[in-house]
Write a new protein. Structure first.
Length: 109
């Protein structure tokens, strides 16, 4: 099945403590059906000193959200929208693209 939400998409959080916030998808965890969204669902982690953080200590980082709790942001209206699929082109150039259900705008260019 084709992915409805991909890395670098802008999404709107539909449920939870960050409901209504928007952010860019950093990573999609397909096996767990979760996504990491930039600046959303922040959790504090106690870390030992390492190369990335020589001091160690308490570090805030994004925690994954279930994919059902986010929706793609419509490029035209800026609101949350569902994702549909449509075929464009003819013959050998025919390909499947994502479409915003709300406005009908093509998401994949």
């Amino acid at each position: 099945m084709a992915a409805r939400i991909k890395k670098d998409d802008t999404v709107v959080v539909l449920a939870g403590k960050d409901k209504g916030r928007t952010g860019k998808v950093l990573k999609v965890l397909t096996e767990e059906q979760r996504v990491l969204v930039e600046g959303v669902n922040m959790a504090k982690r106690h870390t030992a000193p390492n190369v990335a953080h020589p001091q160690g200590g308490v570090i805030a980082k994004e925690a994954p959200l279930h994919i059902s709790n986010v929706a793609l942001r419509d490029p035209q209206t800026g609101k949350a929208t569902r994702v549909g699929f449509k075929f464009v082109g003819e013959g050998a150039q025919r390909r499947k693209v994502r479409v915003a259900k709300g406005s009908g705008v093509q998401i994949d260019v």
